[in-house]
Design a protein around this ligand. Structure first.
Ligand code: NAD
Length: 275
C-alpha cells in the first residue's frame, strides 16, 4: 500500500508525519506486531512512552519492518516518577536502550505535575539531551498555557509540540489558539475519544455520506484542523483503515456539525491536578 502521508513542519525545522500509531495499553508482543504491521502499511510515525512498558516491543517492530532509520519517526516520553534533571537523563538513556535506538525523533515531558515543581528542571534535561544528539525534537504533553509560558520564560527554549487530549467531545479551542500564537504544533491524544466518539450519530451520518468509517471521519477532521494525530489500534485492518483518509475531504457543513459536538468533556485526568 502506498498512502500519502502528510508531513507537518515543526518550529525547529524537523518534520513529523501527521498520522502516527499510538500504542498505549498494548503489550510488548502486541506493540511489536502492531508497529511492524503499521510500518509495512505506510505509517512512518509511532507514539510510545516509558510508562507504556512496551518500548522493547516497539523497537522489535521497527527492526522487523526493516526501514531506513531516517524514514521512521519515533516518539517516547519521560514519566512522572523520573522528573528532575538527573532522573530524566537516566530515563532517556533507559528508553533508548529499550527501544534499541541511538536517538528518538521526539521526546516529551509526559505530564507537568505542577505541584511537584520539577517540570522546568525536567525540560532542561530534554534540552541537554537534544544537544547531545539523543533526541531530534523536544516537546511536552498535557501542558496548559501557563506551563508553556513558564518553561519558555525560564529556558528560552520553546517546545515544538504539545500532545494533549483532543477529540470531537473535547476540542480544546483555547489551547489550540495558544499553540498557534506560540508556534507550537498541536498533537491529539485519544483522538477517537478512546473509541467513545465512534458511536456518535452525527459522526455516523457523515461517515455514510462519504462512504467512510466513523474512525476515518474523525481522523480526517483532525487532519483538516492541522492536528498531528496518533490513533491507537492493534487490529491490522483498523491500523490500515485509520491511515486511509487522504482520498476524501470534509466540507464546511461536515466541519460545522463536528464542531457542534464539543462538550468540553475530558476522558483523561485534568493536568492541573494529575500527579
Ligand atoms: P484512541 O482515541 O486512539 O482510541 C483507541 C481505541 O479506539 C482502540 O482501543 C480501539 O478500541 C478503537 N479504534 C481504533 N481504531 C478503530 C477503528 N478504525 N474502528 C473501530 N474502533 C477503533 O485512544 P488512545 O489509545 O487513548 O489514544 C491514542 C494514543 O495517544 C495512545 O495509544 C497513546 O500513544 C497516546 N496517549 C497519550 C497520552 C498522554 O498523556 N500524552 C494519554 C493517552 C494516550
Amino acid at each position: 500500500m502506498n498512502i500519502e502521508q502528510l508531513l507537518v513542519e515543526l518550529s525547529d525545522g524537523n518534520k513529523i508525519p501527521q498520522i502516527g500509531l499510538g500504542v498505549w495499553r498494548a503489550s510488548q508482543e502486541q506493540a511489536s506486531a502492531a508497529v511492524s504491521h503499521a510500518l509495512t502499511s505506510g505509517y512512518r510515525h509511532i507514539d510510545t512512552a516509558s510508562i507504556y512498558k512496551n518500548e522493547e516491543g516497539v523497537g522489535l517492530g521497527i527492526k522487523k519492518a526493516n526501514l531506513p532509520r531516517d524514514d521512521v519517526f519515533i516518539t517516547t516520553k519521560v514519566w512522572n516518577d523520573s522528573q528532575g534533571f538527573a532522573l530524566t537523563q537516566a530515563s532517556i538513556d533507559a528508553s533508548l536502550q529499550r527501544l534499541g535506538l541511538d536517538y528518538v525523533d521526539l521526546l516529551l515531558v509526559h505530564w507537568p505535575l505542577p505541584d511537584k515543581g520539577l517540570y522546568v528542571e525536567t525540560w532542561q534535561a530534554l534540552i541537554d539531551a537534544q544537544q547531545q544528539g539523543k533526541v531530534r525534537s523536544i516537546g511536552v504533553s498535557n501542558f496548559n498555557e501557563d506551563h508553556l509560558n513558564h518553561i519558555i520564560a525560564e529556558t528560552g527554549v520553546s517546545p515544538v509540540i504539545n500532545q494533549i487530549e483532543l477529540h470531537p467531545y473535547f476540542q480544546q479551542k483555547e489551547l489550540r489558539a495558544c499553540h498557534e500564537k506560540l508556534n507550537i504544533c498541536t498533537q491529539a491524544w485519544s483522538p477517537l475519544g478512546q473509541g467513545q466518539v465512534l458511536e456518535d450519530t452525527v459522526i455516523s451520518k457523515i461517515a455514510i455520506k462519504h462512504g467512510k468509517s466513523p474512525a476515518q471521519i474523525i481522523i480526517r477532521w483532525h487532519v483538516q484542523l492541522g492536528n498531528v494525530v496518533i490513533p491507537k489500534s492493534i487490529t491490522p485492518s483498523r491500523i490500515e483503515e485509520n491511515l486511509n483518509v487522504f482520498d476524501f475531504e470534509l466540507d464546511g457543513s461536515d466541519l460545522a456539525l463536528i464542531e457542534s459536538l464539543d462538550r468540553n468533556q475530558r476522558i483523561g485526568p485534568d493536568p492541573l491536578v494529575f500527579g
